[in-house]
Write a protein that binds this ligand. Sequence first.
Ligand code: FMN
Length: 208
Amino acid sequence: MRILGISGSNRKNGNSYLLLKEMLQDGPSIEKKIIQVAELNIKPCELCFKSCSVKPFECVIEDDFNVLFAEMKSADGMIFVCPFYFYVPSKFQAFLERLSCIDYFTQEKHGDGHNPLVGKPCLLITVSASGSSFNAFQILHHLQEFALMLRMRPVTSNSWPFIGFSAKSGDIEKGAILRETEVIEQAKELLKLLLKKMEKREKDYECI
Ligand SMILES: Cc1cc2nc3c(=O)[nH]c(=O)nc-3n(C[C@H](O)[C@H](O)[C@H](O)COP(=O)(O)O)c2cc1C
């Protein structure tokens, strides 16, 4: 099994990345990778219409979009960590709009059955200095909508806000989140739920 952590921050090695690193470093003994959107060149969607998804799920803009999408396709489970930057950071939002556009045009041009992300479990996490509910709702709703539209399966928990996790970094500087030991422990607990879903999905496939 392979797990992919995606930091949606525009800031390299920021709190979103550090949270992922803490979650994954001593965690499960499975293949794991973290990708930082901050290190990729991802342009906004240009709504190419005719050239969009001529082949299913293919974007014609040449940049690092496919680097991240290829990693998502080969992962069995994903963790999306997105900081609150007066809503979603712009480069990560560009990635989300590109992916939603190729999904839309693939359906229009080729019909159902081409989506490589269907049923993949994912954990949705937002990071903000305050960890407030206002920030959590905005980002988690957005990530949830995106994940469901792409037919992925967000992991839910028994504690608020149920649809994911609102991580408080405590301050704006890089590394602040490392002081929030309880936040890191809570995130690690949620990782266990994600792993369970990944294992279950693998077993379900064995039975088919
Ligand atoms: C443009 C911008 C707006 C922000 N607004 C808020 C905010 O309203 N509330 C809050 O708690 N944190 C806010 N933050 C702080 C970030 O959410 C926080 O520093 C987070 O740890 C950044 O994660 P990163 O290091 O992974 O980029 C804002 C940051 C930026 C850049």
